[in-house]
Design a protein around this ligand. Structure first.
Ligand code: PMP
Length: 394
């Protein structure tokens, strides 16, 4: 059997990670993977998470099966956090998933069960796993523009492309801190997207992976909440990997909004059936931790403070990099970097310049120019600015 297996395509990010591992230069800097790092270069367990884990360990009595929707208190907490209490959350169903990726896949399966072969529109550029997840579920993928030639949000191009979206198509939108570009639409463009969706009847599918790491938790959720109030149906994939630092605990949630409670009557069972054929039940630990934090005023405040501090570090890194690049004479490039938000930045470099950044300066970003700005140690900001200037000069 196995002799029939064709060589599979290699994930370019893991390829780069391997090349980094083999790089012997002491100054090597890995900015490829999307993981938050503190000033020491570590990805610590958040203090609120550690405290919640201690409390859970003290009162844990059983690891019995939880059910196909996972931890229901967690699902309620996710609805309340993302949509607020009342309003849209009254016409929503939520099930716990295996992190954000699991939510994307489960919702893709739901779309397929509803209407096989549905077209889902994704941004160009998109998160590297959007297309593979959607296609693996059997959906068709088309793209809409995201950036103009100067690397700004291209509202006009996006709305023009999405004018081609038909009723019952699905449009996947990252709710904030767009991966890979760090560029988000402004509030007016989000409003225009909501009007278009309401008018044409396509279904927004919001991917939330970085809320809290852009402009602050509420601000980062504003576009999602506005959309939820304006359209009858909507899908939301929530990841707790970044904002709770629960990467390996695989914690997330899939949310489906319907025009009414009645319209949602088959949704939870359909999601449960889909989960059953994929992985059966999601892991409990991360969901229990998040619930313990969100249900306790003290832990919730501690978590918000920590999250704000992470966001502050990311902002300081980005501002520092832009300032140093500006000081080296690259003002336009610096201004474009300074406008970006969230864990990622797109460097103003071509694929060939990114390869040179790796070869000449031991700085690793993706070949498309994405770097993890949250993974940059503060004492290496100048070195990164010099590297960028170095490859821009020649
Ligand atoms: N969506 C986006 C835009 C992402 O960047 C990521 C992870 N990097 C995910 C979803 C999935 O995250 P996870 O499965 O780790 O929660």
């Amino acid at each position: 059997m196995l002799e029939l297996l064709l060589p599979p395509p290699v994930d370019p990010l893991w390829d780069l990670t391997e090349a980094f591992g083999a790089d012997a230069r002491p100054e090597r800097l890995n900015l490829v993977l999307g993981v938050y790092r503190d000033h020491t270069g570590g990805t610590p367990v958040m203090a609120a998470v550690r405290e919640a884990e201690i409390r859970l360990a003290q009162r844990s009595v059983s690891k019995e099966y939880r059910g196909l929707s996972g931890n229901t208190a967690f699902n309620r907490a996710m609805l309340s956090m993302v949509l607020g209490d009342g309003g849209a959350s009254e016409r929503a169903v939520a099930v716990q998933t295996v992190a954000g990726s699991g939510a994307l896949r489960l919702l893709a399966d739901l779309i397929c069960r509803t209407r096989p072969g549905t077209t889902v529109w994704i941004s160009d550029p998109a998160y590297v796993n959007h297309r593979p997840i959607l296609e693996a579920a059997g959906l068709k993928v088309r793209t809409y523009g995201w950036l103009d030639s100067e690397g700004r949000s291209d509202a006009e191009g996006m709305l023009r492309d999405l004018a081609g979206a038909r009723r019952d198509d699905v449009v996947l939108l990252q709710g904030c801190c767009h991966n890979p570009s760090g560029v988000d639409p402004d509030a007016r463009t989000w409003e225009a997207l909501a009007s278009l969706a309401a008018l044409e009847g396509w279904v927004p599918f919001v991917d939330l992976a970085y809320h809290g790491l852009g402009d602050g938790l509420e601000a980062d959720l504003a576009a999602t909440r506005m959309l939820a109030e304006r359209v009858p149906e909507m899908l939301i994939a929530i990841s707790c990997s970044k904002n709770f630092g629960l990467y390996s605990d695989r914690t997330g949630c899939a949310v489906v909004l319907g025009a009414s409670r009645q319209s949602l009557r088959h949704v939870e069972t359909a999601l449960q059936n889909a989960a059953r054929t994929l992985y059966s039940m999601p892991p409990e630990h991360g969901a229990a931790v998040v619930t313990a934090i969100l249900e306790d005023d003290g832990l919730r405040t501690a978590w918000r403070t920590e999250l704000d501090a992470m966001r502050g570090r990311i902002e300081a890194n980005r501002a520092g990099l832009a300032a140093r690049l500006g000081a080296l004479g690259w003002d336009t490039q610096a201004a474009s970097l300074a406008r970006q938000k969230g864990m990622f930045s797109m460097l103003p470099l071509s694929a060939e310049q990114m390869v040179r950044l790796r070869g000449e300066f031991a700085i690793y970003g993706t070949t498309a120019g994405r770097i993890n700005i949250a993974g940059l140690p503060s004492d290496r900001i100048t070195c990164l600015a010099r590297g960028i200037a170095g490859v821009l000069e020649r």
